[in-house]
Design a protein around this ligand. Sequence first.
Ligand code: ADP
Ligand code: MG
Length: 697
Amino acid sequence: MSRFLDTSIEFIKGIGPQKAQLFKEELGVESFDDLLNFFPFRYEDRSQISKISSLEDDSPNVLLVGTVLNKSIIGMKRQKRLVTTFDDGSGKIELVWFKGVPWMDKKVLPGTRYLVYGKPTLFNRKFNIAHPEIEVYSSASINNGGFVPVYHTTEKLRRKFLDSRGLAKIIQPFSIEKSKLLNENLSEALLQKTKVISRADAYSQVHAPKDHKEAKEARFRLKLEELFFIQLKLLLQKEGRKEVFKGPVFNKAKLLTRFYKEIIPFELTNAQKNVVKEIYADMNSGTQMNRLLQGDVGSGKTIVSFICMLLAIDGEAQCALMAPTEILAQQHFQNISGFCEKLDIEVLLLTGSTKKAERQTIDEKLRSGSLGILVGTHALLEDKVVFRNLGLAVIDEQHRFGVAQRAKLWNKNKSLSPHILVMTATPIPRTLAMTLYGDLDVSVIDELPKGRKPIETKHYFDSGRLKVFGFLKKQIESGNQVYIVYPLIEESEKLDLKDLMDGYESVRRSFPELPIGVLHGKMKPQDKDWEMERFKKGETKILVSTTVIEVGVDVPNASVMVIENAEKFGLAQLHQLRGRVGRGGTQSYCILMSGNKLSKDARTRIQTMVRTNNGFEIADVDLSLRGPGEISGTRQSGGLELKIANLSEDGKLLQAARNLAKDVIEEDPKLEMLQNKMMKLHIDRMNASSINWNRIS
Ligand code: ADP
Ligand code: MG
């Protein structure tokens, strides 16, 4: 059934082959199905007529009825514009056209009553509307206008009279007629439970609603449907995997007990303890673990992952710990080495710069099984790296690794898939995690170790630099260290490097008596390490750097993070950078420096940073500013191309959709019951039209 949905839109009245081509190129709309799913992004109520006297500075689009009093063409050449005075009895406003001046000049006649629609803006204390929609007034035109959908369109389409209104003229009758042919895809039980309108009604109403209520009903139904099926699909996959992917069983805890009793230098936080319990349960369940561990920077994920590794090693298996950068891999290696020595576990480091001889040793020990833990960068993924028995793979800071790379680790054990623990310090908002990783289990460490003082964050304009430098001086005098970070944007690396070096020079001039280090991505790995080491040991007091220090590096004595050009950073990155300080017991500070001119978004980002230290709150703001695709970097994966729902607004609905899907799966794990047949069909269609990426996320 339903193959009519694949019909090309060129057969729709008002389209034809030429316009069909434009629809395809400009909007990606080719088939009936595409067109039905080309939703308006908002609606306008054109039944309400506004008064000019009550316009406000921030009025949205308004509908006015009045008379054109006079008009004139002023300005020369490119400045040329048609200016008319429009009067509705309550006041006057200017209507202005910069484009199509001769044509509008013919169309707009003084003394005639018009219906005008557009957005008023205040200019020189007078309101004007640039390029309003205008038509000769008749009472019919208002009622027809009524409640209208607004569609995205493009310049090219507009030239073919396919502005939002032109699109509506085609889409509205089409959707009213064709939606009748759409089959319901939610079960009777779900329809009753959720009280949503039918699919057929939804598709007609979303394009041609009578009023706000109808539009809302339609959008609600379609959003719920969209989110529900994504969740249903993910849960089905998870269900399927339980059968196919058995995991090794680790239930001995000898090493773990020793570690708790004799070695661990602090008490785990309750959040850490809970997560260890969850992971422990996974690792001896017989099913392969796929767990995402979220925890804010500094919440202590590393020790949790180490404890889990002990379980695997006690079960005679090996572990891999993969980090996104060499510096970070080294740091993990050093931290873990101390513990391993006391526990008689062999641990080695593998990165791109590992020497051949060392590599050979690693290979041998991996194959013989004597190597307990291999720490490294993506070098771990190479085919040459063969484990005797990989039982647990831990991936730190997963947002830097691609999905495909994770799949490689997954396949390193042929017989039983290793347990996978993905750790991320960029908190993903719950809604996003649920959609992206709906088939992963999620653990959260939502508590920082005791004794941490919240980092104080302040914003200064560049003009306040003297004050800031004075503050840095005091901090250093009392024994602390300082990071100063410059942005590095790839397209203009040269320029940024110059910024950095200029900054370094000016810092040196301001603090002539202090040892200062500099660190950037263009340096050789050895030089980077050397600089980092010097800073770690306290030999340099200030480290001027690009964002290479962003991830994971731990210098407890560093108490101040200065971020230059903070307006150029994204929120996630700012938060990540701030997480580099506040790791010891002293009060730490984050200072955001910026130019005077800030865009609205930049201001929001900076204010958010100043307001809160909570990574999840920050992630939510980030989501609403940037949208989900960019955050996850998975747009191409096909997982997030939501047509109508919006993750930053529809969090509650997503949760509801997930619960509904769970209930369905609990009762009918494979969707085999007759009453769920239409849902199975819909899922099959979804699967047929997208690549199956969830298997590996
Ligand atoms: P992240 O979650 O950002 O990876 P880390 O694992 O690097 O954080 O931990 C940050 C610091 O906190 C480390 O120095 C670690 O030793 C320390 N730490 C971890 N857990 C605790 C705890 N329960 N009590 C005190 N310090 C802890
Ligand atoms: Mg970490």
